[in-house]
Design a protein around this ligand. Structure first.
Ligand SMILES: Nc1ncnc2c1ncn2[C@@H]1O[C@H](COP(=O)(O)OP(=O)(O)OP(=O)(O)O)[C@@H](O)[C@H]1O
Ligand SMILES: [Mg+2]
Length: 287
């Protein structure tokens, strides 16, 4: 039975059980720090560990997850938002059997989702409960309303930065706005393109120093991924580095990240995959 089929039967089989999808939004302040590569490789590593993984490309104006993986989507989230298909019909199979909801590129109207469009996304993602164990959301860079929406809708936000000072200040800006305007207090932090483990930890400590001083947040360190020339090579070949060079330092780090994601208990999920606030919003909209 393929996953889309599993989805159909889970939606029709008797009373709904409490959903248990683990939703993680991958975000960054600064662009180009490696979010899409992290999402693709983490998804593959989790899938290989027996998890059923779905990835939503939420970089809605400038999608590129499908390009990164060499996929040819037949539909995108834009079709879903326009009511032309259901999210399960837009799914495209990726490496290892991960399922991807591609985004469309070059549509300005998607760079700022309306409230109605957000509800469509929540409703559609909600309809996937039972068919997947992990939902990874690849967001765009920065602090746009779309990014903030996805980060607050998921139970967990994985903030990616590099050891560069600008990536650090932008990560801080993202965390600050999520904490002060959206009452998000728990973040997981990954340092990508680190030249050593020490450099990764140092960047995390620098970030913690400022957040501890100015914000009421708790940061959990997810480790670092080393700078590795195999990653750009994998991008050129449109393959996850985990497939192209499984023994490379970056691949080993992605495997460790997957272990950490599985090993650490997910943030509390009052009502399943989507946070309570959004569930309530959804219920109200349905009513
Ligand atoms: N660990 C790494 N080592 C070397 N290069 C890397 C590493 N991670 C990412 N890169 C390179 O950095 C570039 C940007 O990566 P990616 O597209 O994943 O970033 P992004 O954060 O998703 O960007 P955007 O903000 O534009 O969505 C890519 O060309 C990729 O090859
Ligand atoms: Mg990206």
């Amino acid at each position: 039975m393929d996953q889309a089929e599993g989805l159909r039967s889970s939606r029709t089989a008797g009373p709904r059980t409490e959903p248990a999808i683990q939703a993680i939004a991958v975000a960054s302040g600064k662009g180009g720090v490696g979010k899409t590569n992290v999402v693709a490789n983490l998804a593959l590593a989790l899938q290989r560990r027996g998890k059923r993984v779905i990835v939503v490309d939420a970089d809605l104006g400038l999608a590129n997850l499908d390009t990164l993986l060499g996929l040819h989507p037949h539909a995108t989230l834009r079709h879903v938002l326009r009511g032309e298909c259901a999210i399960r019909e837009a799914l495209v199979g990726g490496p290892g059997g991960i399922q991807i909801v591609p985004a469309a590129s070059g549509f300005e109207e998607l760079t700022q989702l309306t409230q109605a469009q957000r509800l469509v996304i929540l409703d559609q993602v909600d309809s996937l409960d039972g068919a997947f164990d992990v939902l990874l959301i690849d967001t765009g860079a920065g602090i746009s309303s779309n990014v903030l929406f996805f980060a607050t809708a998921a139970q967990e936000t994985l903030v990616v930065l590099t050891p560069e000072p600008t990536a650090l200040t932008d990560a801080y800006a993202l965390i600050k706005i999520l904490a002060t305007r959206y009452a998000e207090h728990n973040f997981t932090v990954l340092v990508n393109m680190a030249r050593s483990e020490w450099e990764g930890r140092k960047a995390f400590m620098q970030l913690t120093r400022v957040t501890e001083r100015f914000l009421q947040v708790s940061l959990r360190y997810a480790g670092s991924v080393p700078y590795d020339p195999e990653v750009p090579e994998a991008v050129r070949r449109q393959q996850p580095v985990l497939d192209l060079a499984p023994a490379s330092p970056a691949s080993r780090a992605f495997e460790q990240l997957a272990e950490r994601v599985l090993g650490t208990p997910a943030a509390p999920r009052p009502k399943g995959g989507l946070q309570f606030f959004f569930r309530r919003l959804l219920a109200e909209a349905r009513a």
